[in-house]
Design a protein around this ligand. Structure first.
Ligand SMILES: Cc1ncc(COP(=O)(O)O)c(C=O)c1O
Length: 394
């Protein structure tokens, strides 16, 4: 057995099923294992590696940042953090202030706390409930987990955080029947990721905004997976013509380093005071120096155009695959889902034999979330390999 795999099997908690090889290198959208096999990456570390592997500018910025203090905590000011906050506000019309975190889950926890604090400071006690939706994924800690209605994730860990109500995704009537004045926030992914790559409908997003206004509830957008260029606009919600009160971003923001950012409107930020919420590592100078590069690069119109054009091309090519196993191709930009009539597990396994990294979203949806720098030629290679797999699989 591969010695790395042997060590992991002996010493790691068995909380993951990992692929049967060990990566040692990567370039662009390609990863290489320790036996020299190359894989075209349609996973990007789960929608993280937007700029791919070995990006020269990132390497240079990291080398410079590595020779300075890596961490000094939120007790002190930090130039790269201040610059990143300003940059995020500049590219986000509704946002006036930023609070940094270390992951997507932590952002959602912070958003829930901010919403409760905001509601308490304006309306007193009793306005503490959160609405989440069927198919949602917001993370695995106790608050975010309560808003992630999947029995497999929730049941072994009950009791969950109280005060979370569920409504049907993409069903304005269900939300209207669920919301009232005791709700302080509604949390939604503009494009559901883990739940199977389901974009929200424009009518649903408009209804969300309107119902939140009517009941003095904050609209929290979880753009941890669909944000930062993934769908072809910097934020996924931009195409809906609505603005949230809070937005959570994470995954690609620092090119593979752990980061999260909670973007808030001014009225939400006003409710938060020193000591209300905090973390040791978040917003550190190394990680924010890197994130500045990501935001600067991804927010360029030409970069976003590349994502939407390459995504549309990818979607078109997927639709041309003549396989009885494909029921539907859906998604936005480079966040694509292929609904199959069979489990994804054997397809993902077959991908490894064909040098193609694939991911699922639920049991029967293939999730294609490559580095955003993928070229048309690389899309062609991916589609060719996927076609070979999907037309062969029984
Ligand atoms: C929409 C969404 N929210 C939150 C999370 C949790 O983020 P993290 O794994 O960085 O804690 C994820 C992770 O997949 C996600 O897709």
């Amino acid at each position: 057995m591969n010695p790395t795999i042997q060590l992991e099997q002996q010493y790691l908690v068995h909380a993951y099923n990992r692929a049967p090889f060990v990566f040692t290198d990567g370039e662009g959208v390609w990863l290489q294992d320790d036996a020299g096999n190359r894989y075209l990456d349609l996973v990007a570390g789960i929608a993280v590696n937007a700029l791919g592997y070995g990006d020269a500018e990132l390497v240079q910025v990291m080398q410079a940042a590595a020779s300075k203090p890596l961490h000094y905590s939120n007790l002190y000011h930090s130039q790269p953090m201040a610059q990143l906050a300003a940059r995020l506000v500049q590219v986000t019309p509704f946002a006036e202030r930023i609070h940094f975190q270390n992951s997507g889950t932590e952002c959602n926890e912070a958003a829930i706390k901010f919403a409760r604090k905001w509601a308490r400071s304006h309306f007193g006690e009793g306005k503490t409930d959160i609405i989440a939706f069927s198919g949602a994924f917001h993370g695995r800690t106790m608050g975010a987990l309560a808003a992630t209605p999947r029995p497999k994730y929730q049941d072994p860990f009950r009791p969950l955080m109280p005060g979370v109500r569920l409504a049907e995704f993409n069903d304005p009537d269900s939300l209207a029947a669920t919301i009232d004045d005791h709700v302080c926030a509604v949390i939604v992914e503009p494009v559901q990721g883990e739940g199977g790559i389901h974009p929200a409908t424009p009518a649903f997003m408009s209804a969300l905004r309107e119902l939140c206004h009517r009941h003095n509830a904050l609209l929290i957008l979880d753009e941890v997976q669909c944000g930062v260029g993934r769908t072809g606009t910097f934020w996924a919600h931009e195409t809906y013509g609505i603005m949230p009160d809070i937005l959570c971003a994470a995954k690609p923001l620092a090119a593979g380093l752990p980061i999260g950012a909670v973007l808030t409107s001014g009225r939400v930020a006003e409710a938060i005071h020193p000591g209300d919420h905090g973390t040791t590592f978040a917003g550190g100078p190394f990680v924010t120096a890197v994130a500045n590069v990501v935001v600067e690069r991804v927010s360029q119109p030409a970069f976003l155009r590349h994502v939407s054009e390459t995504g549309a091309y990818f979607q078109e090519k997927l639709q041309e695959i003549n396989s009885p196993h494909i029921i539907e191709v859906r998604g936005k930009g480079l966040m694509l889902g292929v609904q199959l009539d069979m489990p994804t597990a054997p397809i993902i396994q077959a991908g490894y034999q064909h040098g193609l990294l694939l991911l699922n979203a639920g049991a029967d949806v293939l999730r294609l979330i490559p580095p955003l720098i993928i070229s048309r030629d690389e899309v062609d290679i991916a589609v060719e390999r996927l076609t070979a797999i999907l037309t062969k699989s029984a």
